[in-house]
Design a protein around this ligand. Structure first.
Ligand code: ADP
Ligand code: MG
Length: 446
Protein backbone atom coordinates (compact mmCIF):
# COMPACT_ATOMS: atom_id res chain seq x y z
CA UNK A 1 0.00 0.00 0.00
CA UNK A 2 1.11 3.53 -0.66
CA UNK A 3 1.67 5.25 2.70
CA UNK A 4 1.58 8.71 1.26
CA UNK A 5 -1.78 8.12 -0.44
CA UNK A 6 -3.12 6.57 2.76
CA UNK A 7 -2.35 9.81 4.55
CA UNK A 8 -4.15 11.73 1.81
CA UNK A 9 -7.18 9.48 2.16
CA UNK A 10 -7.17 9.94 5.93
CA UNK A 11 -7.33 13.70 5.50
CA UNK A 12 -10.04 13.44 2.88
CA UNK A 13 -12.05 11.17 5.15
CA UNK A 14 -12.03 13.81 7.87
CA UNK A 15 -12.73 16.78 5.66
CA UNK A 16 -15.39 15.24 3.40
CA UNK A 17 -18.95 14.20 4.20
CA UNK A 18 -19.26 10.42 4.34
CA UNK A 19 -21.42 9.96 1.25
CA UNK A 20 -19.13 12.06 -0.92
CA UNK A 21 -16.09 10.27 0.45
CA UNK A 22 -17.61 6.87 -0.28
CA UNK A 23 -18.75 7.84 -3.77
CA UNK A 24 -15.64 9.60 -4.95
CA UNK A 25 -12.54 8.89 -2.94
CA UNK A 26 -12.77 5.62 -1.06
CA UNK A 27 -11.76 3.29 -3.89
CA UNK A 28 -9.04 5.45 -5.41
CA UNK A 29 -5.56 3.97 -5.14
CA UNK A 30 -2.23 5.50 -5.98
CA UNK A 31 1.46 5.02 -6.44
CA UNK A 32 3.68 7.83 -5.25
CA UNK A 33 7.26 8.72 -5.92
CA UNK A 34 8.04 11.54 -3.53
CA UNK A 35 11.61 11.92 -4.71
CA UNK A 36 10.68 12.86 -8.22
CA UNK A 37 7.44 14.48 -7.05
CA UNK A 38 4.97 12.41 -9.01
CA UNK A 39 1.84 10.49 -8.10
CA UNK A 40 -0.30 8.22 -10.25
CA UNK A 41 -3.91 7.98 -9.10
CA UNK A 42 -6.07 5.09 -10.28
CA UNK A 43 -9.85 5.37 -10.47
CA UNK A 44 -12.10 2.38 -9.93
CA UNK A 45 -13.13 2.67 -13.60
CA UNK A 46 -12.11 4.98 -16.39
CA UNK A 47 -15.37 6.93 -16.15
CA UNK A 48 -14.81 7.33 -12.47
CA UNK A 49 -11.21 8.49 -12.85
CA UNK A 50 -12.31 11.14 -15.34
CA UNK A 51 -15.15 12.36 -13.21
CA UNK A 52 -13.14 12.57 -10.01
CA UNK A 53 -10.48 14.41 -11.90
CA UNK A 54 -12.85 17.01 -13.25
CA UNK A 55 -14.89 17.46 -10.07
CA UNK A 56 -12.26 17.09 -7.36
CA UNK A 57 -8.94 17.34 -9.20
CA UNK A 58 -8.17 20.74 -7.68
CA UNK A 59 -8.95 19.61 -4.15
CA UNK A 60 -6.71 16.58 -4.54
CA UNK A 61 -3.91 18.59 -6.14
CA UNK A 62 -3.88 21.06 -3.24
CA UNK A 63 -3.95 18.32 -0.64
CA UNK A 64 -1.18 16.31 -2.29
CA UNK A 65 1.02 19.40 -2.61
CA UNK A 66 0.44 20.31 1.00
CA UNK A 67 1.24 16.86 2.40
CA UNK A 68 4.26 16.40 0.15
CA UNK A 69 5.39 19.92 0.90
CA UNK A 70 6.08 20.57 -2.77
CA UNK A 71 4.37 20.84 -6.15
CA UNK A 72 3.46 17.29 -7.19
CA UNK A 73 2.67 16.13 -10.71
CA UNK A 74 -0.54 14.08 -10.74
CA UNK A 75 -1.09 11.48 -13.40
CA UNK A 76 -4.65 10.14 -13.64
CA UNK A 77 -4.65 6.56 -14.77
CA UNK A 78 -7.59 5.04 -16.55
CA UNK A 79 -6.76 1.41 -16.03
CA UNK A 80 -8.46 -0.31 -13.13
CA UNK A 81 -6.72 -0.51 -9.75
CA UNK A 82 -3.09 -1.73 -9.90
CA UNK A 83 -2.82 -5.42 -10.61
CA UNK A 84 -3.06 -7.43 -7.40
CA UNK A 85 0.01 -9.46 -6.48
CA UNK A 86 -1.79 -12.74 -5.99
CA UNK A 87 -3.96 -13.90 -8.85
CA UNK A 88 -7.37 -15.12 -7.78
CA UNK A 89 -9.42 -17.52 -9.86
CA UNK A 90 -12.82 -16.03 -9.11
CA UNK A 91 -15.11 -15.52 -12.06
CA UNK A 92 -15.26 -11.92 -13.23
CA UNK A 93 -18.33 -10.25 -11.69
CA UNK A 94 -21.15 -9.00 -13.89
CA UNK A 95 -20.23 -5.58 -15.22
CA UNK A 96 -22.02 -2.80 -13.33
CA UNK A 97 -24.38 -0.40 -15.08
CA UNK A 98 -21.61 2.15 -14.98
CA UNK A 99 -19.16 -0.15 -16.72
CA UNK A 100 -21.72 -1.36 -19.20
CA UNK A 101 -23.15 1.99 -20.20
CA UNK A 102 -20.86 4.74 -18.88
CA UNK A 103 -23.77 6.17 -16.88
CA UNK A 104 -23.02 7.58 -13.44
CA UNK A 105 -25.78 6.34 -11.13
CA UNK A 106 -25.71 9.46 -8.93
CA UNK A 107 -26.66 11.84 -11.69
CA UNK A 108 -30.44 11.48 -11.72
CA UNK A 109 -33.53 13.62 -12.13
CA UNK A 110 -34.21 13.10 -8.43
CA UNK A 111 -30.97 14.91 -7.58
CA UNK A 112 -31.50 17.72 -10.01
CA UNK A 113 -33.03 20.93 -8.76
CA UNK A 114 -35.44 22.47 -11.21
CA UNK A 115 -35.90 26.18 -11.74
CA UNK A 116 -36.46 28.79 -14.41
CA UNK A 117 -32.92 28.29 -15.65
CA UNK A 118 -33.36 24.66 -16.67
CA UNK A 119 -37.14 24.16 -16.80
CA UNK A 120 -37.37 23.71 -20.52
CA UNK A 121 -34.29 21.51 -20.67
CA UNK A 122 -35.59 19.26 -17.88
CA UNK A 123 -39.02 18.94 -19.47
CA UNK A 124 -37.51 17.96 -22.82
CA UNK A 125 -35.06 15.60 -21.14
CA UNK A 126 -37.91 13.87 -19.33
CA UNK A 127 -39.78 13.45 -22.60
CA UNK A 128 -36.79 11.84 -24.24
CA UNK A 129 -36.18 9.57 -21.25
CA UNK A 130 -39.74 8.41 -20.78
CA UNK A 131 -41.37 8.06 -24.16
CA UNK A 132 -40.67 5.41 -26.72
CA UNK A 133 -41.38 7.61 -29.70
CA UNK A 134 -38.52 9.82 -30.65
CA UNK A 135 -40.07 13.22 -31.20
CA UNK A 136 -37.11 15.26 -30.00
CA UNK A 137 -34.35 13.52 -31.85
CA UNK A 138 -31.58 14.42 -31.47
CA UNK A 139 -31.95 16.41 -28.25
CA UNK A 140 -29.23 19.02 -28.12
CA UNK A 141 -28.54 20.56 -24.70
CA UNK A 142 -26.28 23.58 -24.62
CA UNK A 143 -25.11 26.10 -22.02
CA UNK A 144 -22.14 27.41 -20.06
CA UNK A 145 -19.73 25.49 -17.87
CA UNK A 146 -20.95 23.94 -14.63
CA UNK A 147 -24.66 24.48 -15.31
CA UNK A 148 -25.74 20.85 -15.22
CA UNK A 149 -25.53 19.63 -18.84
CA UNK A 150 -23.60 16.49 -17.98
CA UNK A 151 -25.90 15.84 -15.04
CA UNK A 152 -28.99 16.18 -17.21
CA UNK A 153 -27.57 13.87 -19.86
CA UNK A 154 -26.79 11.11 -17.38
CA UNK A 155 -30.22 11.60 -15.79
CA UNK A 156 -31.83 10.88 -19.17
CA UNK A 157 -29.79 7.70 -19.55
CA UNK A 158 -30.49 6.50 -16.03
CA UNK A 159 -34.23 7.09 -16.29
CA UNK A 160 -34.42 5.48 -19.72
CA UNK A 161 -32.62 2.41 -18.46
CA UNK A 162 -34.89 2.22 -15.42
CA UNK A 163 -37.91 2.19 -17.71
CA UNK A 164 -36.31 -0.10 -20.31
CA UNK A 165 -33.91 -2.37 -18.42
CA UNK A 166 -33.01 -4.36 -21.52
CA UNK A 167 -32.24 -1.34 -23.66
CA UNK A 168 -28.78 -0.76 -25.03
CA UNK A 169 -27.54 2.58 -23.78
CA UNK A 170 -24.14 4.14 -24.17
CA UNK A 171 -22.98 7.38 -22.60
CA UNK A 172 -19.58 8.80 -23.54
CA UNK A 173 -17.72 12.05 -23.69
CA UNK A 174 -16.89 13.31 -27.17
CA UNK A 175 -13.24 12.83 -26.25
CA UNK A 176 -13.86 9.17 -25.53
CA UNK A 177 -15.70 8.67 -28.82
CA UNK A 178 -12.80 10.28 -30.67
CA UNK A 179 -10.29 8.11 -28.83
CA UNK A 180 -12.17 4.88 -29.56
CA UNK A 181 -12.43 5.85 -33.21
CA UNK A 182 -8.71 6.63 -33.44
CA UNK A 183 -7.81 3.36 -31.72
CA UNK A 184 -9.87 1.44 -34.26
CA UNK A 185 -8.15 3.26 -37.13
CA UNK A 186 -4.71 2.62 -35.67
CA UNK A 187 -5.39 -1.06 -35.20
CA UNK A 188 -6.55 -1.33 -38.75
CA UNK A 189 -3.41 0.41 -40.02
CA UNK A 190 -1.17 -1.68 -37.76
CA UNK A 191 -2.61 -5.05 -38.73
CA UNK A 192 -2.52 -5.24 -42.46
CA UNK A 193 -5.83 -3.58 -43.02
CA UNK A 194 -7.66 -6.01 -40.80
CA UNK A 195 -10.74 -3.99 -39.91
CA UNK A 196 -12.17 -6.12 -37.10
CA UNK A 197 -11.51 -3.34 -34.59
CA UNK A 198 -13.28 -0.82 -36.79
CA UNK A 199 -16.24 -3.12 -37.28
CA UNK A 200 -16.44 -3.69 -33.54
CA UNK A 201 -16.33 0.03 -32.92
CA UNK A 202 -19.10 0.70 -35.41
CA UNK A 203 -21.23 -2.14 -34.11
CA UNK A 204 -20.84 -0.83 -30.56
CA UNK A 205 -22.51 2.37 -31.64
CA UNK A 206 -25.00 1.19 -34.21
CA UNK A 207 -26.76 -1.36 -32.07
CA UNK A 208 -27.84 1.19 -29.53
CA UNK A 209 -31.29 2.33 -28.47
CA UNK A 210 -29.97 5.48 -26.84
CA UNK A 211 -26.65 7.19 -27.41
CA UNK A 212 -25.53 10.11 -25.23
CA UNK A 213 -22.44 12.15 -26.15
CA UNK A 214 -21.15 14.88 -23.85
CA UNK A 215 -19.32 18.03 -24.96
CA UNK A 216 -19.79 17.63 -28.68
CA UNK A 217 -17.93 20.91 -29.27
CA UNK A 218 -14.81 18.74 -29.07
CA UNK A 219 -15.69 17.27 -32.47
CA UNK A 220 -14.59 20.57 -34.01
CA UNK A 221 -11.85 20.16 -36.60
CA UNK A 222 -12.08 16.39 -36.46
CA UNK A 223 -13.43 15.67 -39.87
CA UNK A 224 -12.78 11.91 -39.66
CA UNK A 225 -14.69 11.57 -36.43
CA UNK A 226 -17.45 13.78 -37.76
CA UNK A 227 -17.86 11.68 -40.88
CA UNK A 228 -17.99 8.57 -38.74
CA UNK A 229 -20.46 10.10 -36.30
CA UNK A 230 -22.60 11.18 -39.25
CA UNK A 231 -22.90 7.51 -40.22
CA UNK A 232 -23.77 6.55 -36.65
CA UNK A 233 -26.40 9.27 -36.72
CA UNK A 234 -27.85 8.05 -39.99
CA UNK A 235 -27.99 4.53 -38.68
CA UNK A 236 -29.84 5.52 -35.55
CA UNK A 237 -32.08 8.55 -35.90
CA UNK A 238 -34.11 7.54 -38.98
CA UNK A 239 -34.82 4.23 -37.21
CA UNK A 240 -36.20 5.94 -34.14
CA UNK A 241 -33.09 5.30 -32.04
CA UNK A 242 -32.41 8.26 -29.79
CA UNK A 243 -29.41 10.54 -29.58
CA UNK A 244 -28.73 13.17 -26.91
CA UNK A 245 -25.85 15.61 -27.24
CA UNK A 246 -24.48 18.36 -25.04
CA UNK A 247 -22.31 21.30 -25.97
CA UNK A 248 -20.97 24.46 -24.40
CA UNK A 249 -21.72 26.24 -27.66
CA UNK A 250 -24.90 27.12 -29.49
CA UNK A 251 -25.23 24.67 -32.40
CA UNK A 252 -25.01 27.30 -35.12
CA UNK A 253 -21.81 28.62 -33.58
CA UNK A 254 -20.08 25.25 -33.49
CA UNK A 255 -16.98 25.95 -35.49
CA UNK A 256 -15.74 23.56 -38.12
CA UNK A 257 -18.73 21.30 -38.01
CA UNK A 258 -19.53 19.83 -41.39
CA UNK A 259 -22.60 21.41 -42.87
CA UNK A 260 -24.47 18.11 -43.29
CA UNK A 261 -23.92 17.32 -39.61
CA UNK A 262 -25.00 20.79 -38.52
CA UNK A 263 -28.16 20.42 -40.53
CA UNK A 264 -28.90 17.01 -38.96
CA UNK A 265 -28.40 18.47 -35.51
CA UNK A 266 -30.90 21.19 -36.22
CA UNK A 267 -33.59 18.64 -37.07
CA UNK A 268 -34.14 17.80 -33.45
CA UNK A 269 -34.73 20.01 -30.45
CA UNK A 270 -32.25 22.47 -29.01
CA UNK A 271 -32.62 23.54 -25.42
CA UNK A 272 -30.39 25.68 -23.26
CA UNK A 273 -29.51 25.55 -19.57
CA UNK A 274 -29.05 28.99 -18.12
CA UNK A 275 -27.20 30.14 -15.00
CA UNK A 276 -29.50 29.45 -12.04
CA UNK A 277 -31.36 32.37 -10.56
CA UNK A 278 -31.15 33.24 -6.87
CA UNK A 279 -34.05 31.09 -5.60
CA UNK A 280 -32.76 28.11 -7.52
CA UNK A 281 -29.27 28.60 -6.13
CA UNK A 282 -30.69 28.56 -2.60
CA UNK A 283 -32.51 25.29 -3.36
CA UNK A 284 -29.40 23.73 -4.85
CA UNK A 285 -27.30 24.63 -1.81
CA UNK A 286 -29.95 23.22 0.53
CA UNK A 287 -30.18 20.03 -1.51
CA UNK A 288 -26.42 19.49 -1.62
CA UNK A 289 -26.24 20.00 2.14
CA UNK A 290 -29.11 17.62 2.77
CA UNK A 291 -27.51 14.93 0.66
CA UNK A 292 -24.40 15.27 2.75
CA UNK A 293 -26.50 15.08 5.92
CA UNK A 294 -25.53 18.55 6.95
CA UNK A 295 -27.97 20.74 8.83
CA UNK A 296 -27.65 24.04 7.05
CA UNK A 297 -29.65 27.04 8.31
CA UNK A 298 -31.59 28.82 5.58
CA UNK A 299 -29.72 32.07 6.15
CA UNK A 300 -26.44 30.31 5.36
CA UNK A 301 -27.84 28.87 2.13
CA UNK A 302 -29.04 32.37 1.24
CA UNK A 303 -25.65 33.90 1.94
CA UNK A 304 -23.94 31.35 -0.29
CA UNK A 305 -26.49 31.85 -3.07
CA UNK A 306 -26.17 35.63 -2.86
CA UNK A 307 -22.39 35.55 -3.14
CA UNK A 308 -21.80 32.82 -5.69
CA UNK A 309 -23.67 33.47 -8.88
CA UNK A 310 -22.00 31.94 -11.83
CA UNK A 311 -22.37 28.19 -11.65
CA UNK A 312 -23.47 25.15 -9.75
CA UNK A 313 -20.06 23.58 -9.31
CA UNK A 314 -19.03 26.63 -7.34
CA UNK A 315 -22.06 26.21 -5.06
CA UNK A 316 -21.17 22.58 -4.45
CA UNK A 317 -17.62 23.57 -3.56
CA UNK A 318 -18.91 26.08 -1.02
CA UNK A 319 -21.15 23.51 0.67
CA UNK A 320 -18.24 21.09 0.93
CA UNK A 321 -16.03 23.74 2.43
CA UNK A 322 -18.63 24.52 5.10
CA UNK A 323 -18.97 20.81 5.87
CA UNK A 324 -15.22 20.37 6.19
CA UNK A 325 -14.97 23.37 8.47
CA UNK A 326 -17.86 22.26 10.64
CA UNK A 327 -16.50 18.69 10.95
CA UNK A 328 -13.07 19.93 11.77
CA UNK A 329 -14.25 22.25 14.52
CA UNK A 330 -16.99 19.93 15.69
CA UNK A 331 -19.54 22.76 15.68
CA UNK A 332 -23.01 23.23 14.22
CA UNK A 333 -23.14 25.51 11.21
CA UNK A 334 -24.02 29.14 11.86
CA UNK A 335 -23.92 32.14 9.56
CA UNK A 336 -20.83 33.44 11.32
CA UNK A 337 -19.05 30.14 10.92
CA UNK A 338 -20.00 29.79 7.26
CA UNK A 339 -18.67 33.27 6.51
CA UNK A 340 -15.44 32.28 8.21
CA UNK A 341 -15.22 29.01 6.31
CA UNK A 342 -15.95 30.70 3.00
CA UNK A 343 -14.05 33.93 3.43
CA UNK A 344 -11.56 33.11 0.66
CA UNK A 345 -14.20 31.91 -1.78
CA UNK A 346 -16.39 34.93 -1.11
CA UNK A 347 -13.48 37.30 -1.46
CA UNK A 348 -12.33 35.86 -4.77
CA UNK A 349 -15.86 35.97 -6.17
CA UNK A 350 -16.39 39.51 -4.90
CA UNK A 351 -17.71 41.12 -8.07
CA UNK A 352 -14.71 42.37 -9.99
CA UNK A 353 -17.04 43.26 -12.83
CA UNK A 354 -18.37 46.81 -12.85
CA UNK A 355 -21.55 48.25 -14.33
CA UNK A 356 -19.40 50.33 -16.68
CA UNK A 357 -17.72 47.20 -18.05
CA UNK A 358 -21.08 45.57 -18.62
CA UNK A 359 -22.34 48.63 -20.46
CA UNK A 360 -19.25 48.62 -22.67
CA UNK A 361 -19.48 44.94 -23.52
CA UNK A 362 -23.18 45.15 -24.32
CA UNK A 363 -22.77 48.33 -26.37
CA UNK A 364 -19.92 46.83 -28.37
CA UNK A 365 -21.85 43.65 -29.08
CA UNK A 366 -24.74 45.61 -30.60
CA UNK A 367 -22.54 48.19 -32.37
CA UNK A 368 -24.00 50.82 -30.10
CA UNK A 369 -22.34 53.14 -27.57
CA UNK A 370 -22.32 53.57 -23.80
CA UNK A 371 -23.58 57.11 -24.39
CA UNK A 372 -26.64 55.67 -26.15
CA UNK A 373 -27.26 53.26 -23.29
CA UNK A 374 -27.16 56.06 -20.75
CA UNK A 375 -28.86 58.60 -23.02
CA UNK A 376 -32.50 59.43 -23.55
CA UNK A 377 -33.24 57.88 -26.93
CA UNK A 378 -36.54 55.98 -27.16
CA UNK A 379 -35.63 54.19 -30.39
CA UNK A 380 -36.65 50.56 -30.11
CA UNK A 381 -33.18 49.14 -30.82
CA UNK A 382 -31.55 51.35 -28.24
CA UNK A 383 -34.22 50.67 -25.64
CA UNK A 384 -33.59 46.95 -26.09
CA UNK A 385 -29.81 47.29 -25.77
CA UNK A 386 -30.28 49.47 -22.68
CA UNK A 387 -32.69 46.96 -21.12
CA UNK A 388 -30.29 44.10 -21.72
CA UNK A 389 -27.45 46.03 -20.09
CA UNK A 390 -29.67 46.83 -17.10
CA UNK A 391 -30.76 43.23 -16.77
CA UNK A 392 -27.19 41.93 -16.87
CA UNK A 393 -26.01 44.59 -14.43
CA UNK A 394 -28.71 43.52 -11.99
CA UNK A 395 -27.86 39.84 -12.41
CA UNK A 396 -24.09 40.08 -12.32
CA UNK A 397 -23.31 42.83 -9.83
CA UNK A 398 -24.42 43.46 -6.26
CA UNK A 399 -25.51 47.05 -6.93
CA UNK A 400 -28.88 48.10 -5.55
CA UNK A 401 -31.68 49.28 -7.82
CA UNK A 402 -31.24 52.99 -6.93
CA UNK A 403 -27.47 52.68 -7.50
CA UNK A 404 -28.11 51.09 -10.88
CA UNK A 405 -30.57 53.86 -11.73
CA UNK A 406 -27.86 56.43 -11.10
CA UNK A 407 -25.28 54.53 -13.16
CA UNK A 408 -27.68 54.30 -16.11
CA UNK A 409 -27.86 58.02 -16.80
CA UNK A 410 -29.59 59.00 -13.55
CA UNK A 411 -32.81 57.07 -14.07
CA UNK A 412 -35.41 56.18 -11.51
CA UNK A 413 -35.06 52.71 -9.99
CA UNK A 414 -38.51 51.72 -11.27
CA UNK A 415 -37.12 51.91 -14.82
CA UNK A 416 -34.54 49.28 -13.89
CA UNK A 417 -37.21 47.02 -12.39
CA UNK A 418 -39.37 47.39 -15.48
CA UNK A 419 -36.50 46.56 -17.87
CA UNK A 420 -35.36 43.55 -15.86
CA UNK A 421 -38.88 42.13 -15.78
CA UNK A 422 -39.29 42.65 -19.49
CA UNK A 423 -36.03 40.88 -20.38
CA UNK A 424 -36.70 38.06 -17.91
CA UNK A 425 -40.09 37.38 -19.51
CA UNK A 426 -38.76 37.63 -23.04
CA UNK A 427 -35.87 35.35 -22.18
CA UNK A 428 -38.34 32.54 -21.53
CA UNK A 429 -39.84 32.67 -24.99
CA UNK A 430 -37.18 34.04 -27.28
CA UNK A 431 -34.38 31.66 -28.20
CA UNK A 432 -32.33 34.34 -29.94
CA UNK A 433 -32.39 36.53 -26.88
CA UNK A 434 -31.34 33.60 -24.69
CA UNK A 435 -28.46 32.97 -26.99
CA UNK A 436 -27.32 36.60 -26.92
CA UNK A 437 -27.61 36.80 -23.13
CA UNK A 438 -25.66 33.59 -22.80
CA UNK A 439 -22.86 34.95 -24.99
CA UNK A 440 -22.76 38.26 -23.15
CA UNK A 441 -22.75 36.60 -19.73
CA UNK A 442 -19.77 34.46 -20.69
CA UNK A 443 -17.94 37.47 -22.08
CA UNK A 444 -18.61 39.56 -19.00
CA UNK A 445 -17.47 36.88 -16.60
CA UNK A 446 -14.18 36.26 -18.39
P1 ADP B 1 -21.78 20.98 -17.07
O1 ADP B 1 -21.75 19.64 -17.71
O2 ADP B 1 -22.85 21.87 -17.61
O3 ADP B 1 -20.45 21.67 -17.05
P2 ADP B 1 -22.33 19.46 -14.68
O4 ADP B 1 -23.49 18.66 -15.13
O5 ADP B 1 -21.03 18.76 -14.58
O6 ADP B 1 -22.18 20.79 -15.53
O7 ADP B 1 -22.72 20.11 -13.26
C1 ADP B 1 -21.75 20.56 -12.31
C2 ADP B 1 -22.13 20.06 -10.94
O8 ADP B 1 -23.31 20.73 -10.50
C3 ADP B 1 -22.45 18.58 -10.90
O9 ADP B 1 -21.96 18.03 -9.71
C4 ADP B 1 -23.96 18.54 -10.93
O10 ADP B 1 -24.46 17.41 -10.24
C5 ADP B 1 -24.35 19.81 -10.22
N1 ADP B 1 -25.60 20.40 -10.73
C6 ADP B 1 -25.74 21.10 -11.87
N2 ADP B 1 -27.01 21.52 -12.03
C7 ADP B 1 -27.68 21.10 -10.95
C8 ADP B 1 -29.05 21.22 -10.52
N3 ADP B 1 -29.96 21.89 -11.25
N4 ADP B 1 -29.39 20.65 -9.35
C9 ADP B 1 -28.49 19.99 -8.62
N5 ADP B 1 -27.20 19.83 -8.96
C10 ADP B 1 -26.78 20.37 -10.11
MG1 MG C 1 -20.15 18.71 -18.59
Amino acid sequence: MDDFWNRCLDELRISTPPDIFETWYSDLTAETDLDIGAITIYGGSSTKARNVQSAYGDTIQKLVNRLANKEMAIHWATRETPAPVSVSVERAPEPSIEERTGLLPNLTFENLVEGHANQLAVASALQVASTTNAIYNPLFIYGGVGLGKTHLMHAIGNRYLELNPKAKVRCVSAQQYIQEFLNAINQKAGSNNNDTAMREFEQRYRDLDLLLIDDIQNFAQRSGTQANFFQTFENMVPHGKKIVLTSDTYPNDLKDLQERLRSRLSQGLRVSVEPPEYEMRVQIVLQKAERSQLKLPLEVAEAIAANLKSNVRELEGAVQQVIAYSNFHGEEVTLEMAKMALRDIFRSSAQPVSVEEIQEIVAKHFNSTVADINGKSRKAEIVLVRSIAMYLAKELTTKSLPELGKLFGGRDHTTIIHSCKKIKAQRNTDENLRHVLHLLEQRIKN
